[in-house]
Design a protein around this ligand. Sequence first.
Ligand code: VG1
Ligand code: CO
Length: 580
Amino acid sequence: FAIKSIPTSPIDGQKTGTSGLRKKVSVFQQPNYLHNWVQSLFSSLDGLPGSTIALGGDGRYWNKDAIRIICRLAAANGLARVKVGHNGILCTPAISSVIRAHDLYGGIILTASHNPGGPTNDFGIKYNVANGGPAPETVTSAIFKNTATISEYNYAVVPDADHAADPFAAVDLSVKGETTFSNVDGPSFVIEVIDSADDYVTLLQSMFDFAKLKALFARPDFSFLFDAMNGVTGPYGHRIFVDLLGGKPECVMRGEPLEDFGGAHPDPNLTYAAELVAKCDPKQNPQAPDMGAASDGDGDRNMVLGKGFFVTPSDSVALIAAKAKEAIPYFKNGLKGVARSMPTAGALDRVAAELGIELHEVPTGWKYFGNLMDAERAQICGEESFGTGSDHVREKDGIFAVLCWLAIVAHESAGKDALVSIEDIVINHWKKYGRNFFSRYDYEEVETKGANAMMAHIDELQANMNAARGSPDEPMALDPDFSTKVALADNFSYVDPIDGSEATGQGRRFVFTDGSRVIFRLSGTGSSGATIRLYAERYEPDENGQLVNAQAALKPFIELALKVSKLEAFTGRREPTVIT
Ligand code: VG1
Ligand code: CO
């Protein structure tokens, strides 16, 4: 091939959000759209020539086309090699493991995560650095700056080749192995199609006691159901839960990755995984499994269910941390620290206090955990948005979380006549630590103007509350009819303890004097309109008050939040799109 410099001009709106650039497929398909962003990425990186990156995605529509374009850009920017997942597929935690296992320069992940796929839905791209984790703000802002000034990109072209003879177009992504491209202008370039699961599964096998998990699967009183939601985790789930752990093939449902996720919204929550939730409910299904689990489109999120019982992600990370040392070999030496995102409920804080280890509270988005993990100051991390992970990779990891729960159930039930249920494990945890009731209301695709006006209104409300305060410790009234006062009203900001970088404006929070919280944030992952997230949390130390329904327990706080924010007036929405 030859390297051709192709003129282009900046395209608006190529700023990455919470987790990469996510837009409608039709936006990505505009001439030069992907080329501009990827060239802007390559131009922002030092020492790229001669390096190797990983490349793969969640298999959504347009994945393979994007891979071919990116390979041409990579070749023309002097990269030596691109390791591409078989059929273009690599789930997000697997790509992180590939980067780490082979000391790669970085990786490009083609995913819009849990957003629907297909020609009329979303596509996405994000860049991960050498530690295997999402690029930090310094990198993403450099990329964005380049997108605003780009005037040309480097592209590998094969002079005189018609399309059929073009070796880049001819690479068969369904065949593992290497294809070498000679370069008339310099060193050659290799596309290597790798197994999508080998590195990742090897890593997971080194972390868990698979023999013990296999024994759990063999128990007559244990059954398990995994919902891959037509996303990327089907083949991984099959390999781990069926081939390695001895589950029946039917224990993986919706297990074939589909380009449009079968029209589903591959987000593992109570709304979008309703089919699994119903199957796990003994009132609706007498054969309900003892454990149910689901993962999202790209495999980094997870939902864990017991028989008719939902484990909130905030409880899940707390429980995994509490049981890590005894139940999960990877953590056998104990933990030095744990971390959660700000909106995530504080159940983890109580476990950290009990263990006497560091607890970090970071802004929303997995990239904020990377430095803490690299510095060995956090080994287990979690987000309320169904994200759980550890320092084995630098992404959240859905299948890892499921294996943690299998390990916990196996550990608790070992040597006992009857299986210890997930519900009992969680209830016992609450008895010891107290329960942090938590719920999130999402208002999806709200008109941007209304959402911004509501946030401005909340800012004004917070400013007035703080201004009316006599001293910094004086409790503030949020509403005359609400007796619990507010101790803190702010917009969360964070200073990274490792590199000192600062993130501001990360979510308006009202923290009450009893520790309860109400938080408002705008999503940074949508592709159109705005999504408002309202988070509510209340702590209940008394075991007699712990078994009520979370919605009932949080009702006064949610009603208050809706009243003071004037959400309905600003957005016209009476009801949220999703409640978790
Ligand atoms: C959401 C979640 C956040 C998560 C992010 C990416 O972001 O709230 O916790 O890290 O999605 O997850 P936002 O800005 O929409 O609230 V994934 O599975 O898309 O990589
Ligand atoms: Co995801």
